[in-house]
Design a protein around this ligand. Structure first.
Ligand code: NAD
Length: 476
């Protein structure tokens, strides 16, 4: 693992790896769909053969339950691989486009060419899938790739390093483990595309660095994703979904419902249903949540303290805990916690929580709820729980979000036909299936003249030429 550098010698391995990949990029660009699929299948086979190692690495990192590794990481990765393998040949085919009248005599198509040298910077919360899914798409598009996994999940980062070294020559794909210093060194290199998953704050740093080389970026960021529950919602169903969405991965999910906006008339029954759901999920035999092996932990001490400080700041400013509140620093354990009487001046209503703490706000009119949503940055996800179609459409029409799920949570991440991602502060660019393939490709327009000429428009601009131009401008 590399740490903060003391001299410029540390740049040498990054530059050498980058240059080797740059020399190899033209060869990778010429690979056929079958060759790219073969590379992707290597990943698939490795994952099947090392499922236990993958689960152990993430358990060692933050006690991620193996069922959540399967559900949150491997299911989404497998779906992406299967979808890419089935569709890649079609995606790679030049796409014919219609010819407008003004272009008569030509034919045109769109060719997806690889961007070239690609950098993937991954976060720690879903450390395997958020490195591997972009890798699958980058390879599908014919790129060479450097991956920088998160230093906060070192077991998974080491697993990824070993896996990639086993599966790919370093001039095709390679991994650099390490912290922000390693990212900073890599970001100095003239990558063609940077795919970053992480916080909006670091996203800004990445985009600034990318600007130096005018590298394109995909930024998969985070933020405060609201869940709105109206008076018509199926409360039992919403309770189960919200508790699951909030507590999966111990709340450390970019698209977890961050705060709840519930219609005042259904708050009490919803909260009752959520409390019962929590008991069923994490204390089925009456044992404390801390004893449940279905409940992961906060990734490290500093994140534990960050979340604890958010709770304490809220309590100092008048919030009340209506459920949970137990913590254990030695174990980075935070019980599922509901906070009520929260206000905008509390940091818990400003920062992304990224932990199992749910601020609960009530509203009386939809416009009141939308004001709370719209005074914040555009969220990565917005959840609506409602059986009223007018309410649902009203909310969609008057808000902006990366994605929206109605009457469920989180599922869109694994939907290979939907563009996944944020908008502005929650992200730039989209991923999943063809959207990821596009993100890693330059869409090159190719126009070919088949017959005819435009030479009747060329200078000198005689009256005849000018009349012809006038005619074209008016009629085509
Ligand atoms: P982070 O931004 O702290 O770190 C992400 C990566 O950037 C890590 O590899 C880290 O080493 C690197 N990094 C950290 N500081 C850097 C710097 N100054 N310069 C360059 N690189 C730097 O994010 P995190 O804590 O790992 O992940 C949590 C965040 O990621 C949350 O905001 C969450 O919502 C977001 N997230 C988004 C998605 C998505 O798909 N949109 C998925 C998972 C997580």
């Amino acid at each position: 693992m590399l740490t903060t550098p003391t001299s410029t010698d540390y740049l040498e391995p990054f530059t050498a790896a980058f240059d080797a990949q740059r020399r190899n990029a033209p060869r990778m660009a010429l690979t056929t769909a079958a060759e790219r699929i073969e590379r992707i299948r290597r990943i698939q086979r490795w994952v099947v053969a090392h499922e236990t190692d993958i689960k152990q690495a993430m358990y060692a990192d933050f006690r991620k339950p193996s069922a959540e590794v399967m559900l949150g990481e491997l299911m989404a990765l497998n779906a992406e691989i299967r979808h890419t393998v089935s569709n890649l040949k079609r995606w790679m085919k030049p796409q014919r486009v219609p010819t407008p009248l003004s272009m008569i005599g030509t034919t045109s198509r769109i060719h997806h060419e690889p961007k070239g040298n690609v950098l993937i910077i991954a976060p720690w919360n879903y450390p395997f899938v958020l490195s591997m899914r972009p890798l699958v798409s980058a390879l599908a598009a014919g790129n060479v790739v450097i991956i920088k996994p998160s230093e906060l999940t070192p077991h998974t980062a080491a697993l990824i390093s070993g896996m990639i070294a086993e599966l790919f020559p370093p001039d095709e794909v390679t991994v650099f483990e390490g912290d922000a210093a390693v990212s900073t060194a890599l970001l100095d290199l003239p990558f063609n595309h940077i795919f970053f998953t992480g916080s909006p704050a670091v996203g800004r740093i990445v985009m600034t660095a990318a600007a130096k080389h005018l590298a394109s970026v995909t930024l998969e960021l985070g933020g405060k994703s609201p869940a709105i529950v109206d008076e018509s919602a199926d409360l039992q169903q919403a309770a189960g979904q919200l508790v699951w969405g909030k507590c999966l991965n111990n709340g450390q999910t970019c698209i977890a419902p961050d705060y709840l906006l519930v219609h005042a008339s259904v708050k009490v029954p919803l909260m009752d249903a959520m409390k019962k759901t929590l008991d069923r999920m994490y204390s089925p035999d009456g044992q404390p949540v801390a004893a449940s092996d279905s409940y992961a932990r906060i990734v490290n001490r500093s994140h534990f303290r960050r979340i604890k400080n958010l709770i304490e700041d809220a309590l100092t400013k008048g919030a009340t805990i209506t459920l949970g509140g137990q913590t254990n620093e030695a174990d980075n354990f935070i019980e599922p916690t509901f906070l009520e009487n929260v206000t905008d001046d509390m940091r818990i209503m400003q920062d992304e929580i990224f932990g199992p703490v749910l601020p609960v706000l009530t509203y009386r009119t939809l416009d009141d709820a939308l004001r709370i949503v719209n005074q914040r940055e555009k969220p990565l996800a917005l959840y609506i729980h409602s059986r009223n179609r007018q309410h649902t459409q009203y909310i969609i029409d008057r808000t902006s979000a990366g994605d929206t799920v109605v009457n469920d949570v989180l599922l869109h991440f694994g939907h290979v036909e939907l563009p996944f991602g944020g908008v502005n502060n929650s992200g730039l660019g989209k991923s999943n299936g063809f959207f990821s393939f596009q993100e890693f490709s330059n869409q090159r327009g190719i126009l070919k003249r088949q017959f005819g000429t435009l030479k009747f428009l060329y200078p000198p601009y005689t009256d005849r030429v000018k009349n012809a131009i006038d005619f074209l401008v008016r009629h085509f």
